[in-house]
Write a protein that binds this ligand. Structure first.
Ligand code: CO
Length: 138
């Protein structure tokens, strides 16, 4: 069902500090911060050869990662994103196995303009999973 790993998202308490850590200590290519008000986050993209890391920081009071940062003040891995070829087919297959899709279950446009949805962490080893529709999915 899943194809490539698209990204791992890490919530951080200080975006500038985290970007500098990835750029200087780890020697990665790091983007400028991009505010995504419709997603309630500011993001720094770390480009790797085979995937990317998204450093997330809450933006606005209704940010979906605000509580996460309260619970994890040092930051931490928030979700992993796998690519699927057909997001509706993937959703139906997973729902058929009893997996819970978050929200209203309808795919939404994610940070990269592709359709995404999220799967309940209690159904997947305590890990929040994002599925993203992509030609590289399987
Ligand atoms: Co994501």
């Amino acid at each position: 069902l899943i194809g490539r790993l698209n990204h791992v998202a890490i919530v951080v308490p200080d975006l500038e500090e985290a970007a500098a850590l990835y750029r200087e200590a780890l020697g990665a290519t790091v983007s400028d911060p991009q505010p995504l008000p419709e997603h309630g986050v500011t993001t720094v993209f770390v480009e790797l050869v085979n995937a990317r890391i998204e450093l997330l920081h809450p933006l606005g009071e209704a940010s979906p990662v605000k509580n996460f940062l309260t619970r994890n003040p040092l930051g931490g891995v928030h979700h992993v994103c796998y690519e699927v070829k057909d997001i509706i087919a993937a959703r139906e297959q997973l729902k058929g196995r009893g997996a819970r899709v978050l929200g209203d279950g309808k795919p939404k446009e994610g940070a990269h303009g592709k359709l995404v949805l999220f799967l309940h962490p209690k159904d997947f080893c305590g890990t929040l999973i994002e599925l993203e529709e992509s030609d590289h999915g399987s």
